[in-house]
Design a protein around this ligand. Structure first.
Ligand SMILES: [Zn+2]
Length: 174
């Protein structure tokens, strides 16, 4: 299983029409899929890219292709700011991924902040400060497992017995 404990943020440094065009460009270079794991189009649409089952192709530095999730926003942010919709989607997606993969906020990096990366990516107009102020810290949930049953009635009986002694138990299917 691949463990992704970082998020790396990029711009595509071009003004592609959509995620499809980014993918076509990467395929034309002989890659097996688009290099990024997610692409955010100018209108804020989030398009899933390369599967997390295989290494990414977006950040060689620090071995990040193996341990991060690469998100690219379409545009050249050396020349302009990302759109508000893009930033909004980026925050949403980042928070969701942080919760799913338990990624602390200090591991959400701009490409240029990855040690060893020699790039301006995601560009000087990318609002780095704004983003860092709005990042979340994922909350961990700790659960207590009490029992697992092959029949629902077995589980229900057990839950009832626990409730009788004042333990708030309920049945979930998994
Ligand atoms: Zn980059």
């Amino acid at each position: 299983m691949t463990i992704r404990n970082y998020i790396v943020i990029h711009h595509t440094a071009a003004e592609e029409k959509n995620a499809r065009q980014v993918k076509q460009y990467h395929l034309s270079k002989g890659w097996k899929d688009v290099g990024y794991n997610y692409i955010i189009e100018k209108e804020g649409v989030v398009v899933p890219g390369r599967s997390l089952e295989i290494p990414g192709a977006h950040t060689k530095a620090g071995g990040m292709n193996y341990k991060s999730i690469g998100i690219a926003l379409i545009g050249n942010f050396e020349l302009r700011r990302p759109t508000e919709q893009q930033l909004h989607s980026l925050l949403d997606l980042t928070a969701k991924l942080q919760r799913t993969y338990d990624i602390p906020k200090e591991n959400v990096l701009l490409h240029r902040a990855v040690p060893g990366a020699n790039t301006l990516c995601p560009g000087k107009f990318f609002p780095a400060k704004e983003l860092s102020l709005q990042l979340i810290e994922p909350t961990k949930l700790w659960r207590v497992q009490l029992g697992a049953f092959t029949t629902k009635t077995g589980a229900a009986d057990y839950a009832t017995r626990l409730r009788h002694i004042g333990i708030d138990a309920f049945v979930i299917e998994k």
